[in-house]
Design a protein around this ligand. Sequence first.
Ligand code: FAD
Ligand code: NAD
Length: 447
Amino acid sequence: MTDDAQDRRYDVVVLGGGSGKNIAAALARAGRSVALVESRLVGGECPYFACMPSKTLLHSARLGETWEHAVARRDEVTRHLDDAATAAQMAEAGVTVVRGRGRVVRPGVVEVDGAEYGYTDLVVATGSEPVRPPVEGIDDVPTWTSDEALTRPDLPRRLVVLGGGPVGSELSQIYAAFGSQVTLVEQAERLLAAEAPFVGDVLADALRRMGADLRLGVAATHAERTETGLRLRLSDGNHIDADRILIAAGRRPRVADLGLETIGVRFDPERGIAVDATCQAVPTEETGGDGTTVWAAGDVTGVAPYTHAANYQAGVVVSNVLGKRREADYRAIPRAVYTTPSVYAVGVSPLAASGLELVAAGYDLAGTARSAVEDDDRGRVELYADRARGVLVGAAAVGLYAEEWMSEITLAIRAETPLSILTDVVHAFPTYGEAIEPVLRELAEQL
Ligand SMILES: Cc1cc2nc3c(=O)[nH]c(=O)nc-3n(C[C@H](O)[C@H](O)[C@H](O)COP(=O)(O)OP(=O)(O)OC[C@H]3O[C@@H](n4cnc5c(N)ncnc54)[C@H](O)[C@@H]3O)c2cc1C
Ligand SMILES: NC(=O)c1ccc[n+]([C@@H]2O[C@H](COP(=O)([O-])OP(=O)(O)OC[C@H]3O[C@@H](n4cnc5c(N)ncnc54)[C@H](O)[C@@H]3O)[C@@H](O)[C@H]2O)c1
């Protein structure tokens, strides 16, 4: 180790200040010396470029605010991309914040802008980045990713949204609500194609009613500039003329150029850093003991790309670094999409239940008294049980406020609550949550 690295020796170096900032603060409060390396904003993507601006704009859209008012409120919520308050919280916790891009140069040493920082424990929490789909000519036409969409004040007149996952669905609803002419292109037959089919169908209906043009089961193949903007050609022979393409075609773990190959951890560009149940990075076979330990949390692990999952893994890392063994349990990580109506899925999806015999039951929200009160009867809830064990293993719902009233199912899946108890739970009247009762009764009869 060089003299410099000796001078800047920490118990823990954390790369990435999203979920990484929670790890850094907790370990510093527990008495460890900690350096947090962040190349952009302390706080990570969620508060500035992802969850918070998108949820704020969706809320403004629901309230019928003007675009100008919505953008002003969004920028207030994202603190005009100023991370001073969060950086100050880190300093208060005793964390040394190092601004710049970090890279491991050899076991036990991270380099940032030419300066070396020594560590005993390294935590990699570098997040993920948008995938650019292989569409010919896409680099020659005006494009945004969610980063630009959620930070710029522009409202495109004609917008193509490429991808119908959570990002494409939420952003299509935002732009359609504020008056853009939105065309969404999704190569799968449905929106949110990994979820139970009814989810994407209800959401597609909601977006179409707001004026969005959905091209499902169609891939974008070729983009070119035109006199008035751009033309995007599709696999079905049609084309779309627009002013801008919003790329929402997935994200991949940020593992490139971190020097991970020098420290013998298993990773790949698509699936990220392999971690065990304690969130320790899985070593490659040739790794020898060098007295350091590598951990990873958040999107870079490829486990579950949500802030709550990243923060959960952060808690697991903190416990294990402090020597209190804790294993992560991913059976009940929620997957919410904050459109209107919103989506909440958790546990096993019926489309990916290999090895399980699922028993399914469902109920349309139109059957609840609340749907009359709200004058909104869109949506449905389905629950999935494992026939062999007789417990809930998955759920999907779409409907107003689903992200709020489905939490009890998350607990039921995680705790493996017996159906005899679940069917005895009383829901307040009149709530959408009452829809859960007939579904549970039906499941109990089938099992
Ligand atoms: C548009 C959008 C909306 C979303 N909405 C939601 C939502 O509503 N709810 C939800 O749960 N999830 C949502 N997500 C997902 C959520 O943003 C991520 O799962 C979450 O931010 C992951 O946290 P993280 O700590 O892994 O990474 P990040 O928050 O991305 O933090 C990683 C940090 O590492 C820094 N970094 C990277 N490389 C280096 C390096 N070499 N050196 C130093 N620093 C580095 C980056 O600058 C970044 O600040 C959304 C995502 C998008 C794109
Ligand atoms: N509310 C939330 O929690 C929330 C919100 C936004 C994003 N996120 C997370 O961020 C991550 C990224 O989201 P995303 O929606 O970008 O990714 P995604 O992978 O979920 O969806 C991308 C979609 O783009 C489609 N696609 C890709 N290339 C295409 C092409 N050439 N033509 C047509 N369609 C194409 C894919 O079929 C896929 O359905 C996800 O893992 C998501 O969970 C979470």
